[in-house]
Design a protein around this ligand. Structure first.
Ligand code: GAP
Length: 477
C-alpha cells in the first residue's frame, strides 16, 4: 500500500518539475553560474541541450531558408546605434506596468497579477489608471498578502555604457528585439543580393529584456534567443502574404518539428493590445501541460512602420524601386518572430513520455541529440568491445560530412540501464553487438547487430554493412 501511495505522490509532480529535473540531471540545461548559487534566471545549455538546440535551429533554417529561394539569413551585432531604439519606439514605449508590494517592496508585473487572479485574460493592454481601478475593485494583494502601490511604467531595455566614460553620451542598449538588425540592414541586403520583392531576411539572434518577473524556467527570462523572419513585400500584396505566413507557421510546427495539431493554438491580439501601426497580430501558442497554451511565436502585419521610422531617424533613403511598375515605395513587412527558448521547452513538453517506470523523449530522430547509441553486450568481453568500437568508428567515419549526425558510445552498467539512459535523452536507436555478431551464436546472425527502436522497444537484426544506410533512412526519411 505504501508503495502505491508513493507512486500516487510521484504522479502529482508537475510536468514542469519533471522537465527541469531531467534537463538538469542529463545535461540539457544548467542554471548559469551555478557554483555561485545561480544568477537571476539565466541558464546555460549543457552538452545535450546544445545538440538539441542546434538540431532545432537546423530544422528551422532548413524549413525557412535553405528549402526556399526567397529567403536570406543574416547575423547582426547585439549592440546597435542607440538611435535604433529611439526610432523603433523602444526607448519611449517598451514598458510593462509594475506594481510594488508596499511592505516587502517586491515588484510585480501588474498584468500578471490580474491574470493570475482570473479577473481577465491579456491584462497587458490596460493603462496604468485601468490597472489601479481593477486592483482596487477586486482588492488584489501581492503574493505575500500585502497592499500594492499604484502602477508605474517600467522600461524593459537593458542599458549599459560602452567605452571608458560612463555618461549620457556612452549609453548603449542590448538588443530588446532581435529583428532590428534586419530593418537597418535591409538596404544593404537588397543592394548586395540584388533581390526583387517579395523576399525575406531571417535571423537567429539574442534579445535582452529587463523583465520585471522571470518565471517558468526558460519560458520567460531576461536573455533569450529569437528566430525571426521578416518578409518584405509590396503593400498591395501584404494581406495575402500575411495569410500565407500564418499557414506556413502552422505547417512548420506540425510538419517540421512534429508537434501534434491538437497542441497548437492561435490567438489573435485584441485591437487595443497590438502596436498602433500593426494591422493584425496573431500568436502561435503551444501546449505546456499544466501551464496550458502559451505564446511561442508572434506573426505580425507590421506595415511599413519600421522602415518609415528608420528612414526618418537615420536620414537614409530606404525605399524600393519596382522596375516593372516604375513605383518607388517602402515595402511592407510580415514578421514571424519565434522565441527559441520557448520552442526548446515546448519540444521537451511535447515529446516527454512515461510508460510505467520507463521515461523517454520521443523526439523526432532529426531533433534527437544522438541519432544512435552503440553498445557491446558485455563490457568485460574484449572481443565484443573491440567489435562494437569498430562499428562505432565506421558509422562515425561514414557520417563525418553529415551535419548533426552524433553517435553515443556506452559500455557502462547492464544493457537495461543503458536503454533506460538513452531513452531518457531521446536516442531513437540502440545498436548492440553480441556473440551472434561475432559468429559465436546463431550462424545466420554473424556480422549483424540488434537495433532497438526507442518508441516501440522492438528489436531487429541488421547487417553491419547495411547499418549506416538503415539509420540514415530512418533519421532523414
Ligand atoms: N520583433 C517582435 C517581437 O520581439 P515579441 O512578441 O515581443 O515580438 C517574440 O517576441 C517572441 O519572443 C515571443 O513570441 C516569445 O516566444 C519570445 N519572447 C519574448 N519575451 C521573452 C522572454 N522574456 N523570455 C523568453 N522568450 C521571450
Amino acid at each position: 500500500m505504501e508503495k502505491a501511495k508513493e507512486k500516487g505522490v510521484k504522479k502529482d509532480i508537475s510536468m514542469m518539475e519533471k522537465i527541469i529535473s531531467l534537463t538538469k540531471q542529463r545535461g540539457f540545461i544548467f542554471p548559469s553560474s551555478e557554483i555561485y548559487g545561480g544568477f537571476a534566471a539565466t541558464y546555460d545549455f549543457g552538452p545535450l541541450g546544445f545538440l538539441l538546440k542546434k538540431n532545432i535551429e537546423r530544422v528551422w533554417r532548413r524549413w525557412n531558408i535553405e528549402s526556399r529561394e526567397d529567403m536570406v539569413e543574416i547575423e547582426g551585432a547585439i549592440f546597435m546605434h542607440p538611435k535604433v531604439w529611439e526610432a523603433s519606439g523602444h526607448i519611449g514605449g517598451f514598458s510593462d506596468l509594475l506594481v510594488e508590494d508596499v511592505v516587502t517592496h517586491k515588484r510585480y508585473r501588474a498584468d500578471h497579477l490580474i491574470e493570475e487572479a482570473k479577473i481577465m485574460d491579456n491584462a497587458g493592454a490596460l493603462s496604468p489608471e485601468e490597472v489601479d481601478a481593477v486592483i482596487q475593485e477586486h482588492k488584489i494583494k501581492s503574493p505575500d498578502g500585502n497592499a500594492l502601490s499604484t502602477a508605474k511604467k517600467f522600461n524593459l531595455l537593458v542599458k549599459t555604457h560602452l567605452g571608458p566614460v560612463e555618461d549620457e553620451s556612452t549609453v548603449a542598449y542590448l538588443k530588446g528585439e532581435s529583428c532590428q538588425n534586419i530593418y537597418v540592414d535591409w538596404k544593404s541586403v537588397l543592394e548586395t543580393t540584388r533581390r526583387k520583392l517579395p523576399f525575406g531576411i531571417a535571423q537567429i539572434g539574442k534579445a535582452f529584456r529587463n523583465e520585471i518577473t522571470v518565471k517558468n524556467f526558460i519560458f520567460r527570462t531576461r536573455e533569450f534567443e529569437q528566430m525571426d523572419i521578416q518578409y518584405f513585400c509590396r503593400p498591395d500584396e501584404a494581406d495575402s502574404w500575411y495569410e500565407y505566413w500564418k499557414k506556413n507557421r502552422h505547417d512548420f510546427y506540425v510538419n517540421a518539428l512534429g508537434f501534434s495539431e491538437n497542441h497548437i493554438h492561435w490567438r489573435q491580439h485584441d485591437p487595443d493590445e497590438r502596436a498602433f501601426y500593426a494591422k493584425d497580430a496573431w500568436d502561435v501558442e503551444l501546449h505546456f501541460a499544466e501551464m496550458g497554451f502559451k505564446e511561442v511565436e508572434g506573426v505580425h502585419h507590421r506595415g511599413n512602420y519600421d522602415l518609415t521610422q528608420h528612414q526618418k531617424f537615420s536620414g537614409t533613403d530606404l525605399s524600393y524601386f519596382d522596375d516593372k511598375t516604375g513605383e518607388r515605395f517602402l515595402p511592407y513587412i510580415v514578421e514571424c518572430s519565434a522565441g527559441f527558448n520557448r520552442i526548446f521547452l515546448a519540444t521537451l513538453f511535447e515529446f516527454y513520455r512515461e510508460e510505467g517506470e520507463r521515461k523517454f523523449l520521443a523526439l523526432p530522430p532529426r531533433l534527437a541529440p544522438y541519432k544512435a547509441a552503440i553498445f557491446p553486450l558485455l563490457a568485460n568481453k574484449p572481443q565484443l568491445v573491440e567489435k562494437a568500437k569498430s562499428i562505432y568508428e565506421i558509422l562515425r567515419e561514414g557520417a563525418k560530412d553529415i551535419d548533426g549526425f552524433m553517435l553515443a558510445w556506452d559500455d557502462r552498467g547492464n544493457i537495461g540501464k543503458r536503454y533506460y539512459s538513452q531513452d531518457e535523452i531521446g536516442t531513437p536507436y540502440c545498436v548492440t553487438v553480441d556473440f551472434d555478431t561475432l559468429g559465436e551464436g546463431e550462424a545466420a546472425n554473424k556480422d549483424t547487430v540488434t537495433v532497438r527502436d526507442r518508441d516501440t522497444g522492438t528489436q531487429e537484426r541488421i547487417a553491419i554493412d547495411k547499418l549506416g544506410e538503415f539509420l540514415h533512412g530512418k533519421i532523414y526519411h
